[in-house]
Design a protein. Structure first.
Length: 337
């Protein structure tokens, strides 16, 4: 074949592939993180395309909407949500009566040639099954740098049984020393959900910054959220000479907590006490033992100035703060550092 014809044929084949936007993950290639308790790879494939419907009963409304939105972002169109249980060409959520093996967070995932079924005792189990199902897609769907809208996908068939070894599966994010936007925090929660974690430890206050709005004490964010500069590395005499600031309004915190709850993640706030309190004391030095003055800490390490346990008004202040915190977080726990 002459070079010019070979080039035209090659270009045409690339053009046709790019137009269809179909991805094939291949047979028997099943990689799920964390590693499931049981995984059996099949020898056939499941075609995910516009013919596929999603079905779940009323208790799985949140999970149906979650999967629908996720697949919309991947495929470029919404799959239909079925009102009745389909016999084929569907992704189905099944409520089990009481599978002792799976417990409250386990699931079974069955991917057949024309049917996907996720079974669990609870919505949380269904949600974790969804995470494993989405991991059957190629990794590119998780990239913000590649164009999605695959239109269709060929996924490997498999059988999965999985349940957690640990009831508490959490990650920590320190937003006091370095502030992260609400949008970043939500993306972080997505990463936790993808790995089937169920606790988000949100480090909101420390010597280096106070990041949560407390309406009764506005100076906590007016003053306590602003650090004049930050120490560079571990060199205690070198600073970046750049102000660092930021905090979350109570409405933003409610958004984050609701977003996490939809992903079956409990948010545990960390409000430091009695130590690691310089950001708060910079705003309200009267709750210290010495009276200050103080500034939001620009270094790391332990300081001598803490909330003063010898003053009755200190306990009133902390009670007021925690009362507002408890209205924002349904968690059974508040971390105190």
């Amino acid at each position: 074949m002459k070079p010019i014809y070979l080039f035209i044929a090659l270009f045409a084949s690339i053009f046709l592939v790019s137009c269809t936007k179909h991805v094939n993950y291949g047979k028997g290639e099943v990689r799920i993180v964390p590693k499931p308790v049981q995984l059996t790879a099949g020898t056939e494939t499941f075609e995910l395309n516009s013919d596929i419907k999603i079905y779940g009963t009323a208790e799985f409304k949140n999970e149906v909407e979650y999967l629908s939105g996720l697949l919309h972002s991947v495929l470029g169109y919404k799959l239909r949500i079925a009102d009745e249980l389909p016999s084929k060409n569907a992704i189905v959520f099944e409520l089990l009566k009481d599978d002792k093996q799976l417990g409250a967070e386990g699931y079974k995932l069955s991917v057949g040639v024309n049917f996907v079924k996720i079974s669990a005792n609870t919505p949380a189990g269904i949600f974790y099954g969804i995470q494993s199902f989405t991991q059957l897609f190629p990794p590119k769907i998780f990239s913000k740098f590649e164009e999605l809208e695959l239109r269709s996908a060929t996924l490997p068939t498999c059988e999965v049984v999985d349940y957690p070894r640990f009831a508490y599966r959490g990650m920590h994010l320190d937003v006091s020393r370095h502030f992260f936007s609400k949008e970043f925090v939500m993306k972080y929660i997505d990463y936790l959900a993808a790995h089937k974690l169920n606790k988000f430890h949100w480090h909101l206050t420390d010597d280096q910054g106070w990041r949560i709005e407390i309406k009764k004490y506005p100076k906590l964010t007016e003053i306590g959220s602003v650090r004049n500069e930050t120490m560079i590395g571990k060199n205690f005499n070198e600073f970046d000479k750049t102000k660092h600031s930021g905090f979350y309004t109570q409405e933003e915190i409610k958004e984050v907590v609701a977003y996490a709850a939809q992903r079956h993640i409990a948010v545990i706030p960390e409000i430091e006490m009695p130590g690691h309190a310089l950001a708060a004391l910079a705003a309200y030095p009267n709750y210290s033992c010495t009276g200050g003055p103080f500034e939001v800490h620009t270094k790391w390490g332990v300081t001598d100035d803490i909330f003063c346990a010898g003053k009755e008004e200190t306990f009133g202040f902390l009670q007021d703060v925690l009362t507002e915190v408890m209205t924002l977080f349904p968690s059974n726990y508040i971390h105190i550092g």
